[in-house]
Design a protein around this ligand. Structure first.
Ligand code: NAD
Length: 323
């Protein structure tokens, strides 16, 4: 019998890919979001059933779950960047980063919606005996993104795996880290099965913004060094939204199976964006990592996907190298 899947954040960018892909794989998909399904989106064309509601309202979360009766929940809904204002006119003041200095929404939105929203999703799920939840985390949870201290992210070894300690600072990174901790707690306390997918920055095919942000096939010399050799935000790694849709399906198939612990985190990447071998690129771009980089193979990324390959059978399909 087809599995029922509830996707939160179904009206968002990834939601559109994930819902339509899962529907095409034969699942019964319901979308839950604060904003309606965008007209002419995949979800609109596929006729994905939709429940409107707020993550911060436990009643709305229960209502969506009662409607969808999901075998698994794919929790995508979130605020996708820090909403607190950065300190103006300080040493790292950069007026071109308008989003950091001009308030566009309540400053506590990111922390509040991402943490309490995830708590209500997990809490509603356990009240309704729904055991399987797939959380969308981020590579920012490691602490590489939003370094308010102005210090570099400093991996202890390369490539970084899921066992590596995290030291998040700004609200988005911290909220994703805390979401994972909540996943672990619900797995411990209620025997739920929780997977956290730590996506790299997402590339959307044919999207002008993505094409500008992700420059593929770059040479070492043209690598942007506005962070002066520090490792902050950008690892020259990305994930294609279609690969996220694929790994979500793999998680639905594997969650709760013998090979997985009750809580698992996985880095999810499609590829790196540079031409050189990683050991060479990393040594040139981040000289302080030169010795650690010697362990890197081929063009693999700073964040390793070996665990997802081994335990989930994940295989990225949408690298720029083979398009
Ligand atoms: N886009 C990336 O590069 C990237 C990278 C790593 C992780 N992620 C994670 O992937 C997930 C999806 O990202 P996206 O790019 O599709 O984001 P998006 O902003 O396009 O979509 C998020 C959706 O969540 C919904 N939402 C926000 N607050 C809500 C609330 N209170 N109640 C109900 N719905 C609410 C929004 O309406 C929106 O449709 C997020 O959890 C994000 O943190 C994204």
């Amino acid at each position: 019998m087809a599995k029922n899947i509830l996707v939160t954040g179904g009206s968002g960018r990834l939601g559109n890919y994930v819902c339509s892909h899962l529907k095409k794989q034969g699942y019964n998909v319901v979308s839950f979001d604060m904003v309606p399904t965008p007209p002419d989106s995949f979800n609109d064309k596929e006729g994905i059933p939709f429940v409107q509601g707020d993550l911060l309202d436990l009643g709305d979360c229960l209502r969506a779950m009662a409607y969808a009766k999901p075998d698994a929940i794919v929790h995508l809904a979130a605020i996708t960047g820090p909403t607190e204002l950065r300190v103006p006119f300080g040493p790292d003041y950069d007026p071109s980063r308008k989003f950091g200095y001009v308030q566009r929404q309540p400053e506590d939105n990111c922390m509040k919606i991402n943490t309490m929203g995830t708590f209500f999703i997990l809490d509603a799920a356990r009240r309704l005996n729904i055991s399987n939840v797939i959380l969308s985390s981020s590579y920012y949870a490691t602490g590489i993104g939003g370094r308010l201290s102005g210090s570099s992210y400093t991996p202890k070894y390369l490539p970084v795996d899921e066992e590596h300690p995290c030291d998040p600072e700004a609200s988005y990174a911290l909220s994703k880290y805390l979401d994972e901790e909540m996943g672990k707690a619900f797995a411990r306390a209620y025997g739920m099965k929780v997977i956290a997918l730590r996506y790299m920055g997402v590339f959307y095919e044919n999207n002008e913004m993505s094409k500008r942000i992700y420059k593929f096939g770059i040479d070492i010399e043209s690598a942007d060094d506005k962070n002066k050799g520090m490792m902050v935000d950008n690892t020259y790694q990305y994930v294609d939204a279609r690969d996220i849709a694929n790994i979500t399906d793999l998680c639905i198939q594997k969650i709760g199976s013998n090979g997985l612990k009750p809580f698992e985190a996985f880095f999810v990447s499609t590829d790196t964006t540079y031409k050189a071998n990683s050991s060479e690129f990393v040594a040139a771009r981040w000289p302080f990592l030169k010795d650690l980089a010697k362990n890197m193979k081929g063009t693999e990324g700073i964040f390793s996907i070996a665990k997802a390959e081994k335990l989930l059978g994940y295989k990225p399909e949408h690298s720029w190298r083979n398009q």
